[in-house]
Design a binder for this molecule. Structure first.
Ligand code: FMN
Length: 245
């Protein structure tokens, strides 16, 4: 039996709180990196993995990011930061990675030898995904959107095809990765605070990110100070949010 002092998933979920004040105690860079590796195991729409993780360990960079995050305590007192970035703009590259992976899985045989299932999977990345992600100034996305609404009058159809919809697709998956990260950190008694209160333009400049990338969240990391959690956890009564149908 493997002996581990890691928390179980439900223990880690319950332990995780948004910590606004971290102790001035260093945390292990390698352990945080391992939690980022677990973050990247999150499910992701069409396995497109339109995300990147910037692990900020330099005190000077943390200071600059904290300044651009309105000097909020969760950033200012963090020992390390992880910036989760949604990279919808990388869709062509990710499509190619998926195609290369599939072809390799199929043993790089000639396309004529592919089974029906193999052809379907390849077609998905070669045709369907590009048709969803391809856009030009939002115009093609809008045309697709209207076309899909019309087809949708007659049969079920995927409707989220506008540029803004595809941004949400990328952000959704990035958020799942962020959550994986926070739970993984909690499992080893490390704390986090997710933040969206920051000047995204300044953060992108600091990290040398392209204009079309989007910051999903900045995660402050460290060990909670005694006063680091601001009060009891508040949740809306479960009956108000749970609907059995
Ligand atoms: C997307 C997102 C953005 C957030 N942004 C901030 C933030 O900028 N600053 C902050 O102190 N907390 C931020 N929070 C933390 C929430 O306030 C917190 O999750 C909520 O109050 C529930 O508390 P808990 O996380 O301790 O359960 C954010 C949380 C999420 C999910």
């Amino acid at each position: 039996m493997v002996v581990t002092n890691e928390k179980s998933v439900s223990e880690a979920i319950k332990y995780r709180r948004s910590v606004r004040v971290f102790k001035n105690v260093p945390i292990d860079e390698q352990k945080v990196k391992e939690c980022i590796q677990l973050a990247a195991l999150a499910p992701t729409s069409s396995n497109m993995q339109l995300w990147e993780f910037y692990h900020v360990v330099s005190p000077e960079m943390i200071r600059q990011i904290a300044t651009a995050s309105f000097n909020q305590n969760a950033a200012k007192t963090a020992q390390q930061l992880v910036v989760v970035v949604a990279r919808k703009d990388l869709w062509r590259k990710r499509v190619q990675s998926n195609i290369d992976y599939l072809k390799n899985q199929y043993g790089n045989k000639p396309e004529s030898d592919y089974s029906k299932r193999e052809k379907f999977a390849l077609n998905y990345y070669q045709k369907i995904i590009p048709s969803l992600y391809f856009d030009f100034l939002g115009i093609i996305g809008m045309i697709k959107f209207i076309t899909f609404q019309i087809i949708g009058l007659f049969r079920p159809i995927y409707r989220q095809a506008r540029q803004s919809d595809m941004r949400i697709v990328a952000q959704k998956s990035a958020g799942l990765a962020a959550q994986n990260f926070m739970i993984s950190m909690a499992a080893i008694n490390y704390d986090t605070c997710p933040m969206e209160g920051f000047d995204s333009l300044r953060i992108k400049k600091l990290l040398h990110l392209p204009a079309r990338s989007e910051i999903n969240m900045i995660l402050g990391c460290g060990i909670r100070d005694e006063n680091g959690v601001y009060g009891e956890r508040f949740r809306i009564p479960f009956e108000e949010i749970y609907f059995k149908k």
